[in-house]
Design a binder for this molecule. Structure first.
Ligand SMILES: [Zn+2]
Length: 204
């Protein structure tokens, strides 16, 4: 199996987010996380939380991803990111949801759907994983799109990314022009002269 160097960089980026979630929240249960690159999968990924590690008698968490099903463009912190970084963090979010039992309360709290992207439309669990991905990578954008969801997730864990206008601008700067435009038109938020410009809120 050949793994392109670029993919190592993406895996590293994803694990930086995961490590920070662990560190900021004292989630020692994240220690048993294992990433499996499976090029035979017909989807970007899934996760498994069952295999018992016989040596340590601890449950292993396995995240499976297929890098070939991910897009080359990395849009970290945007609401539509199909990169390997996003796929790994997305699967991690399913695991975190399962561990912290977020979806049960999410379902009771929100009676409308938030369609961040096509995955969010699949079902509530996918919607939540995508909302969590945004909370972890760009909480300022999530707070702008849905303040209620931002505050809801904050009761479960601290985002490893600073929720500030300054941080939003630094993330925004890395997106390609078309994505900046999409963000402005869809979510009504943009940046100029190193400050955030709110054009309109998002109506669900
Ligand atoms: Zn998923």
């Amino acid at each position: 199996m050949v793994i392109h160097v670029r993919k190592y960089w993406e895996i590293d980026q994803a694990f930086k987010f995961i490590e920070k979630v662990k560190e900021y929240n004292d989630f020692s249960f994240i220690d048993n996380l294992e990433l499996v690159l499976d090029y035979s999968l017909d989807e970007a990924g899934y996760y498994l939380f069952s295999n018992l590690d016989r040596k340590n008698l601890k449950k292993k968490i396995k995240l499976f991803v297929n890098p070939d099903c991910c897009m080359k463009t990395i849009l970290t912190g945007y609401s539509e990111d199909d990169s390997l970084v996003a796929a790994i963090v997305h699967e991690f979010c399913h695991f975190l949801d399962n561990k912290l039992k977020i979806s049960q309360r999410y379902e009771k709290t929100f009676d409308t759907n938030l369609h961040l992207n096509i995955y969010s439309k699949e079902n509530l669990l996918e919607e939540l994983a995508e909302v969590m991905y945004l909370y972890i990578t760009n909480p300022y954008l999530l707070k702008h799109i849905s303040k209620e969801r931002y505050e809801f997730l904050a009761t479960f864990f601290v985002s490893p990314t600073e929720c500030s206008a300054r941080k939003f601008v630094s993330i925004w700067k890395k997106w390609p022009r078309q994505v900046k435009k999409k963000c402005r038109l869809k979510w009504g938020i943009t940046a100029s002269n190193n400050s955030v410009k709110i054009l309109h809120g998002f109506k669900e």
